[in-house]
Design a protein around this ligand. Structure first.
Ligand SMILES: C[S@@+](CC[C@H](N)C(=O)[O-])C[C@H]1O[C@@H](n2cnc3c(N)ncnc32)[C@H](O)[C@@H]1O
Length: 237
């Protein structure tokens, strides 16, 4: 298992709120495009939690079929469209989605920055393993926003890296890498705006206005922490 401290970026220059997810998608694409493990680049790709198309946008080779699944209409509206692209409204917490997808033909499964929202990660890993395909998954862990959770005295809403690794090893016979990212901000306000607007923080509405204000006053760092487990399984067994 590899553990890396990837980078620290200054967020001020960027009006975007998905810098880390973009880094994550870029790293996943390197696995997909790697010829170290395959003699081919995948041509029929399933992307779980495809969002507005971060993964698809980075594919610079010809694909026959790309199915992007997301449960958000709005995200799918933003996803690039093409003859070979299917944007499928679906919930990866629903086993019926996988029953339908098993009827399709893929040669690779990818998921970037989405599976941390699984209601039951074990069931999703089991469903993914059922395809017997190479996979590249990136899942945010409870190490994401760790100092925020500690300062606010709230539990993480994302799964622990131990849990993710345990399940990946159980179901996917995978190579695992943990990467810690940090993103610096000039002001606490900018930092909290990023949290609010970035997809990583979905459902973090546990604090009321007063508690949020207290958290902003007490947060000890000038950066946000993110921790991602990368799971690459190349076997087709
Ligand atoms: C942080 S975004 C990542 C999007 C994209 N993969 C990327 O790398 O930018 C997470 C995506 O997962 C989707 N998502 C979350 N839970 C889901 C579920 N249960 N079923 C399908 N999509 C889901 C969200 O709608 C969102 O588009």
């Amino acid at each position: 298992m590899k553990v890396s401290q990837e980078f620290s970026k200054y967020a001020k220059e960027y009006p975007k709120f998905n810098q880390i997810q973009e880094e994550v998608a870029k790293k996943l694409i390197k696995f997909l495009a790697s010829t170290e493990h395959f003699t081919y680049k995948p041509k029929k790709i399933l992307d779980l939690g495809c969002g507005s198309g971060a993964v698809y946008n980075l594919i610079d080779w010809k694909v026959e079929r790309f199915i992007g699944v997301d449960f958000s209409h709005k995200m799918l509206e933003l996803h690039p469209k093409a003859e070979n692209v299917t944007c499928l409204l679906g919930d990866f917490n629903d086993n019926r989605l996988f029953e339908e997808l098993l009827k399709e033909e893929f040669d690779y499964i990818v998921s970037a920055s989405a599976l941390q929202w699984a209601e039951d990660l074990e069931s999703i890993f089991k469903n993914i393993a059922g395809f017997h395909l190479p996979v590249s998954l990136a899942v945010f862990t409870s190490g994401t926003f760790a100092a925020i959770n500690k300062t606010a005295k709230v539990d993480a809403i994302t799964p622990s890296k131990e849990k993710i690794i345990e399940l990946a090893e159980k179901y996917l016979d995978a190579e695992i890498e943990i990467v810690n990212y940090s993103l610096e901000f000039e002001t606490v306000r900018d930092m909290f705006r990023y949290i609010k607007k970035s997809g990583v923080s979905a459902a973090r509405n546990v604090l009321n206005y007063k508690q949020t204000k207290k958290l902003m006053d007490e947060y000890p760092l000038n950066y946000l922490e993110f921790e991602v487990v990368y799971i690459n399984s190349f076997s087709k067994a």
